[in-house]
Design a binder for this molecule. Sequence first.
Ligand code: B12
Length: 500
Amino acid sequence: MSDLFLFIRPPRPMWPFNGPSTSFWPPLAFASLAAMLRRHGPDWRVEILDAPILEMGWRSLERELRVRRPAVIAMGEEAVSCVESLRLARLARSLGAKVVAGGCFFGHVAPQVLRTSLVDVVVHGEGENTVVELATALRENSAAALETVAGISFLRAGEVVRTKPRPLIKQLDDLPMPAWDLLPMARYGAGSRNHPGLAAIESSRGCFEACDFCVLWRQMGHFVAEKTLPQVRFKSAARLLEEIKIQTRDFGRRHLGWVDPCFNAHPRLPAELAEALLRENLAVGQSAWVRADGIVRDARSGALATMVRGGLNEVYVGVERPDNDGLKAVHKSTTIPVLREAFEILARDVPAVFTLGTFIYGLPGDTPETVRAIVRLAHELKLDQAFFIPLTPLPGTPFWRDELWDDTGESFRDFNFLPSATRSGAGRDLEWALLNAGLFHWTPTRLRNYVSSLWRGGARKRRVTARLTTRSVWFAAHGLLRGRLTGRRAGMVFPRWYES
Ligand code: B12
């Protein structure tokens, strides 16, 4: 039998604002990489093991790996799950498998992770073409073979070798259909009221903006003259329609979670697709990250209304900062008036769409007053839910420093995008200001917006808003206050099956 190349998502805790039925989405990266490897590496057996969606804990995972005996284990994580990745790598080592790591975290800490000796190769950036060549080079098992593969790092005689950059895939339509058949698709979003039959899907890669704090434009950026530049690429509406037909008809998917960094980057594509879905009678619920200026543009052209008729019912907008100077400082080109207008439009013209705004605090120079200004703006904007995210020094961004690396992975548990009452130093005053403002600052505007967001949008929106409000209050009251009182940090939620 041919050797097994196994993509694994190991057991991990859940983000506290997601319920168990929506904490784990189909791992699209693995499905896309596996499809490419299956197409171009016929002498490999390619499989994906998504442990969390199977509620498979560490003991069962180990048993499973002893049975499957993979030759290569491939993994790729958010920073917050670094502990789990390193644990998986250790397990893989003990079973004699080669270990490949990729994705938005490992690609930016390649020297550090290679020096743990737990990982053989780190893949940088977009992975499909790289993984095909890498699979062949791993068979040859020599540094000379690895050197010919663009877009990777590995150790040669103790020295980190980074090969030449991998060019981006020119036409995303050339990618094979993701290997959904390798995933237990029926389990994603099963039992979820608001996101039933959840699917992960991408219409584009990359972003045209280069916000300081973000890794997404870097991960899919264009490398030229020693610099990564932002670049967006799109799939065609015809290709997307085909993907959605397969996902809905063959895999029973009923809610599309667009993973694009910016779903409305293209002025026509989302509406073109919505029209095609309406023609095919395939309109399904959809959630997406969108830009405020795109909302304003698409409201004028009529595209927004079409997208909503096509099923878009949940949008997330990165507001980030309380004023134009703050936005400029992080190199985000949206302005506060445009953000205000975008939320006005959403609330007025498409009230059934649930709107979430995210805000970032804790940048150098931020004071409790900055945090209060952020919270004030959040209450003024006509949005249904606000998330306040502490600046996280993600590897790849200018906020990362090499001394933050930790061989155990434990310190990356704090890279969870969650406020924490146990943060030390100046960060503590910011968290306290946030908690105070969130719990006790009930202005008439805030109350009015909250009440109208509940009655304006229909049953689905009421359910989503109520669910998130309950989780926020629980998180603030239970997590943050307990943290403040006992010193135990609020964070990710460990499922009961984690060690099982
Ligand atoms: C869907 C999603 C979720 C879902 C599902 C998560 C899950 N574990 O199932 C939800 C909403 C629950 C979620 C939660 C969180 N997420 Co999230 N999530 C995403 C999102 C939007 C899509 C991921 C995706 O499918 N991308 C599409 C694929 C095709 O792109 P890709 O992953 O980059 O993969 C390509 C390459 O990177 C590479 N590659 C990737 N992996 C590997 C592995 C190998 C072996 C190889 C060779 C190559 C390779 O090849 C792929 C194809 O070219 C990304 C943002 C984004 N657009 O990527 C954030 C993102 C991954 N999440 C992020 C974060 C921080 C979180 C949270 C901690 C907080 C939060 N809510 O945002 C929690 C943690 C959840 C957990 N339990 O671990 C950050 C991670 C940053 C970092 N460096 O750590 C991201 C990048 C968003 C961001 N704003 O920066 N998330």
